[in-house]
Ligand binder design. Structure first.
Ligand code: FAD
Length: 504
């Protein structure tokens, strides 16, 4: 009997027959994420409903040395939410999807981590005066969960320029430790406090141990976030940016984005799509009006919010003066005239664009993401890195069925950018997957070494590339090992990420 057969019945008794499966089709369907990282087929898929159930499962896993991989929406792009190698148990957290408390006095919401970002936004819109969490998750928010976002340090689905990554809005957590104990971080670590209202106090920031940890330190079960009233007023505009004799569109746009951020203008979001991406958006029909608006250059759009019309007018004047001085062509106000910013803010374009983009090629091509953070002034260095990397890897890319590296850019609070993108391979034949993996890893390592890029979803491939690149000092990596060992002495939780768990 294998360890898994040994524990099946015990786990069934914990979660109920309906919520545990070792059937091949079910296990196969949990063997990948939205990426082409090599498959990892679990032996068992379990869908718990409470932290207490997870605690019992982890205790059994420790006794029987069974590997556990936590999973939210499975929208990861780096192989994080499936086992590295074969086997073990995938813990699907999407049954835990309730809003538990909307504390209007402290302006904090507490949720179970399996709720999706779009569902959370929709429900909060109808509470009291109407709320949101400021930073509203990744662009995969229709399927990605709060737990996945916090584990991946996600940023992007709207509000990023004003509120930063989702982890910055986190007030506290409930976590099941790898050995099965359940703890609170944040104010509720004081057992005499019944409300989460601040993350800091009571000593070190232990929420931080579990934020961006890609599920190696514990399983988050509840999370609390700051709440913000939905803004009453909003404005948005979109510009086309062409090259000049002296500068490329991306160089021109860097100047404007830097001025926006350095003057601390109240931008809710701003995105820049280089010309190649605009062609894709038009070709794929993701935002149809762009075709009629005859946009050929790059595309920059912004959104801003305010509490009064006067405040909004003041914001818009300052934001637009900088774009006007740069002589960007402003498209019209309406969607038909190509106002992508309006679509982004009012019509859930913040999520729709990404689903359209990833869905555009269907199964015939493969996207290999390597999003990262960089100081705004460094954007020209990334343009050069991508150009050089594409040139020097042309042969390898052709051997792998063709493809190239590209990116879009968005602003993140306070003064940096997210370089969103990676590789698009034109042939997704599974036979080519190992080749794709190597080329993808080469790009990630180039980003880390040549421009000091800060990746944030680490999953399987990026976490390992970070270690392989030599970016972490021996002292730092030993520190990581010590923490992991202390929390997870048997190495059962997400082993292999950053090669941790393999090394002790
Ligand atoms: C179309 C598309 C657009 C995207 N856009 C963005 C974007 O704008 N910004 C961005 O940051 N990312 C983006 N992503 C990547 C990814 O979707 C996000 O990082 C997202 O937050 C993952 O959430 P998830 O619930 O799907 O997590 P999963 O894929 O299920 O898991 C992600 C990681 O977190 C761990 N994990 C999940 N839940 C828990 C938990 N409760 N406790 C401990 N560990 C846990 C998993 O083990 C895994 O390592 C995009 C992906 C797609 C397909």
């Amino acid at each position: 009997m294998t360890e898994i057969q040994n524990v099946y019945e015990k786990i069934e008794n914990i979660v109920g027959t309906k919520y545990v499966s070792d059937s091949k089709p079910v296990c196969y369907s949990y063997s990948m994420n939205c990426d082409t990282v090599l498959q990892g087929i679990p032996d068992l898929v379990v869908r718990p409903n409470t932290a207490e159930e997870i605690s019992e499962i982890l205790k059994i896993a420790n006794q029987n040395k069974i590997i556990i991989t936590p999973r939210g929406g499975g929208a990861d792009l780096t192989g994080g939410a499936k086992p590295i190698g074969k086997g073990g148990l995938v813990l699907d957290l999407t049954r835990m999807n309730k809003i538990l408390d909307v504390d209007e006095k402290n302006q904090v919401v507490t949720v179970e981590v399996g709720i999706s970002w779009s569902e959370l936004c929709e429900q909060l819109r109808h509470v009291g005066i109407g709320y949101y969490t400021g930073s509203t998750g990744p662009a995969s928010g229709y399927s990605a969960t709060i737990g996945g976002g916090l584990s991946n340090n996600s940023v992007g689905g709207g509000g990023a320029a004003m509120y930063g990554a989702v982890t910055e809005q986190c007030v506290g957590l409930e976590v099941v430790l790898p050995t099965g104990e359940i703890i609170y971080t944040g104010a509720k670590a004081n057992s005499f406090t019944d409300k989460q209202f601040t993350r800091f106090g009571l000593g070190p920031d232990y929420s931080g141990l579990f934020l961006g940890d890609v599920g190696i330190h514990g399983i988050k079960t509840k999370a609390s976030f700051h709440l913000y009233p939905l803004p009453e007023y909003a404005a948005f505009n979109t510009y086309e940016i062409k090259k000049t004799k002296e500068k490329t569109p991306s160089e021109r746009v860097t100047d404007v984005m830097m001025q926006w951020q350095q003057n601390r203008l109240p931008l809710h979001d701003f995105y820049y799509y280089p010309p190649v991406f605009v062609t894709l958006l038009k070709g794929g029909g993701i935002f149809a009006p762009l075709k009629d608006a005859k946009v050929r250059g790059g595309l920059l759009y912004y959104t801003t919010v305010a509490n009064t019309q006067k405040e909004l007018d003041y914001n818009v004047e300052r934001i637009e003066k900088i774009a006007k001085d740069a002589e960007f062509r402003q498209l019209g106000d309406t969607l038909e005239e190509g106002n992508f910013g309006k679509w982004f803010y009012e019509e859930e374009g913040r999520w729709q664009w990404a689903y359209g983009y990833w869905g555009m090629t269907g199964t015939s091509a493969g996207t290999c993401g390597s999003c990262l953070k960089c100081p705004t002034y460094q954007l020209p260095d990334y343009i050069k890195l991508y150009d050089d990397w594409n040139k020097r890897n042309l042969n390898k890319l052709n051997e792998a069925g063709g493809g190239s590296a590209s990116f879009i850019v968005f602003g993140v609070y306070p003064t940096y950018l997210d370089i969103t993108g990676g590789l698009l391979f034109l042939n997704s034949d599974p036979e080519l997957r190992e080749k794709h993996y190597e080329i993808w890893k080469d790009l990630i390592i180039a980003q880390i070494k040549e421009t000091g890029g800060i990746h944030y979803w680490m999953g399987e491939i990026i976490g390992r590339a970070l270690v392989d690149s030599g970016a972490l000092t021996e002292e730092y990596y030993n520190f990581m090992i010590s923490i992991k060992k202390a929390l997870d002495p048997k190495g059962i939780l997400s082993p292999g990420k950053f090669y941790l768990g393999d090394k002790y």
